[in-house]
Write a protein that binds this ligand. Structure first.
Ligand SMILES: NC(=O)C1=CN([C@@H]2O[C@H](COP(=O)(O)OP(=O)(O)OC[C@H]3O[C@@H](n4cnc5c(N)ncnc54)[C@H](OP(=O)(O)O)[C@@H]3O)[C@@H](O)[C@H]2O)C=CC1
Ligand SMILES: Nc1nc2c(ncn2[C@@H]2O[C@H](COP(=O)(O)O)[C@@H](O)[C@H]2O)c(=O)[nH]1
Length: 488
């Protein structure tokens, strides 16, 4: 892997994403749509994004939504093996094109339907009678209505019904012609299959889904390093997980290396039996030495990032970590020397951060907190005193997460474990009114990254890494690049 070029030589201090910028270079690419964003981590994800294994963020809803748009979500290690297997099964059963809607019956009362509707970015529930769609109900249909009114009294019955064999483009044209926002897909016997919005139909034409060898949506799962790791790994592999993530705060420790070795043996036995070799991810580390040790112990992908996360207090608590751009740069180079890859994990707050991580050589980029503030994250939708919608998020090393993770342990163990918190127990992640769904954020990110690639004259991510020219900027250089929403 060729090293990233610096405009004025590689500095002798470490850099964050904010510390750097990319110079434009001559390009022959005519359209941003000519850029191929396939991940270079061995998973070949059409969209090089991974949703972090965080309890407040990644569940089956998030997983199926991002997989339809080419990315993958990792179910956290704190979900029981049975619940994780159930989440995997539901994602594997989900339709590749049509979204899974909230379903209610005609007799469901408004009070029960209303809290379910925000769980979907498309903002409606489908009313089913014996499995066949008979109506749609949105929050606006229930405005000013008694809470105990059944939804059949307020639902819209003028529906756009399409066959589940319709192409997204056909659905788009039909919805445009009928001036509607959402189509309901049914199978040959009239049973509900899913829904597709106008935007969803457009996105289906632009994004390729992340699919396994059987054409089902991809999903990953985390294992952790404590407890019955081999047993959990076996359950998740049998359930159909497409990637296993061994994840702990300090990944460069003997227990992680032992876990990787033992899970590698479980994975290899599964591969011999089924012919499916699931990649293993290990982390988190921030050094070339850590990268090499994890790869030698069995990691196909190394997760890079100590302390950049939005929920993270590690650096303030311990002084440990490393500025993320330099960590990604060095670890990606060390992994590439061994024919392996890294994920850049944490600290992504703008599309530019994803672009910089990919330019630095990351095979894909892991995003957590930014995606917490979306309809698809696992937390319930809340509103503050001003009515602004938000989701509550928390760190996986917070007192709250540690309490949940250790609930089966003795009181003394729980009390001891809770002393070592390194994360925030409660934060508000506001939904951006312009981008309230994770797909909206993915549009924002991928359009930025496509554009970055064309500025570098790169058609693919390996090209991007090879051609990117990076400069170091001052704080005022960074500030100069920020848009101004109010006059100065
Ligand atoms: N990327 C990052 O910067 C960080 C991420 N996290 C995330 O939080 C989640 C929970 O991770 P984690 O806290 O490791 O919990 P785990 O449940 O994975 O347990 C970690 C185990 O490692 C031992 N350990 C030894 N040294 C350390 C250390 N420096 N920090 C933490 N554990 C250590 C602990 O023992 P004992 O308790 O006896 O010390 C414990 O047995 C993971 O998802 C992880 O990715 C957490 C912190 C930083
Ligand atoms: N130090 C801590 N790091 C944490 C905690 N919970 C999660 N994480 C790490 O953050 C990334 C996601 O970063 P983000 O900026 O996108 O939110 C995640 O994958 C973990 O590595 C925590 O409690 N403490």
């Amino acid at each position: 892997m060729a090293p990233v070029r610096f405009t004025t030589g590689k500095p002798d201090h470490d850099l964050t994403y904010d510390d750097v910028f990319m110079s434009p270079t001559r390009s022959s690419i005519r359209s941003r749509m000519d850029v191929d964003l396939t991940s270079t981590d061995g998973l070949a994800l059409p969209t090089p994004l991974v949703v972090a294994n965080m309890t407040a963020i990644s569940g089956r809803r998030m997983a199926e939504t991002v997989a339809r748009r080419g990315a993958i979500s990792i179910v956290p290690q704190d979900l029981s093996p049975a619940a994780t297997a159930e989440a995997i099964a539901r994602v594997k059963a989900a339709h590749v094109t049509f979204d899974t809607p909230i379903r209610v019956t005609p007799d469901t009362v408004v009070a029960d339907a209303l809290p379910l509707i925000p769980k979907r970015a498309h903002g409606v529930a489908v009313v089913l009678d014996a499995g066949a769609p008979v109506g749609l109900v949105a929050a606006s249909d229930a405005a000013g209505v008694d809470r105990f009114v059944p939804v059949h009294e307020v639902m819209t019955t003028d529906l756009t019904i399409v066959s589940d064999t319709s192409a997204p483009q056909e659905v788009f044209d039909l919805l445009t012609e009928q001036r509607r926002k959402i189509a309901i897909a049914v199978d040959a016997s009239g049973q509900l299959v899913g829904v597709l919005t106008l935007k969803g139909a457009m996105r289906s034409a632009l994004y390729a889904p992340a699919l396994d060898a059987d054409g089902r949506l991809k999903i990953g799962a985390a294992v952790g390093i404590s407890g019955e790791t081999e047993r959990r790994a076996t359950t998740l592999l049998e359930a159909g997980a497409d990637v296993l993530v061994m994840d702990t705060a300090h990944g460069h420790q003997d227990r992680m290396l032992e876990t990787l070795r033992s899970v590698r043996a479980v994975r290899d036995a599964h591969a011999d039996r089924t012919g499916v070799r699931v990649p293993l991810v290990g982390g988190n580390i921030v050094t070339a030495e850590g990268t090499v040790d994890l790869i030698e112990a069995g990691a196909d992908i190394v997760k890079v990032g100590v302390g950049p996360g939005a929920m993270c207090t590690t650096r303030m608590q311990t002084g440990v970590g490393r500025p993320q751009f330099s960590a990604v740069l060095d670890c990606a180079a060390a992994a590439a020397d061994l024919g392996k890859a890294i994920w850049a994990d944490g600290g992504v707050r703008h599309p530019r951060d994803v672009a910089l991580a990919l330019a630095a050589g990351a095979g894909a980029v892991m995003v957590g907190s930014w995606f917490a503030g979306t309809h698809e994250s696992t937390s319930p939708l809340m509103r503050d005193a001003d009515g602004r919608a938000y989701k509550e998020s928390f760190g996986m090393a917070s007192a709250r997460a540690v309490r949940a993770r250790t609930k089966e342990q003795a009181f003394f163990e729980r009390a001891r474990a809770s002393l070592f918190e390194e994360g925030i127990s409660s934060s508000r992640m506001y939904l951006d009114p312009a981008r309230p769904g994770v797909e909206d954020l993915m549009d924002f990110i991928t359009s930025g990254v496509r554009s970055s690639c064309t500025y570098a004259g790169a058609r693919t991510l390996p090209d991007f890494h090879a051609r990117a020219t990076v400069g170091v900027q001052s704080r005022s250089g960074y500030e100069e690049g920020r848009p101004l929403h109010v006059s100065w």
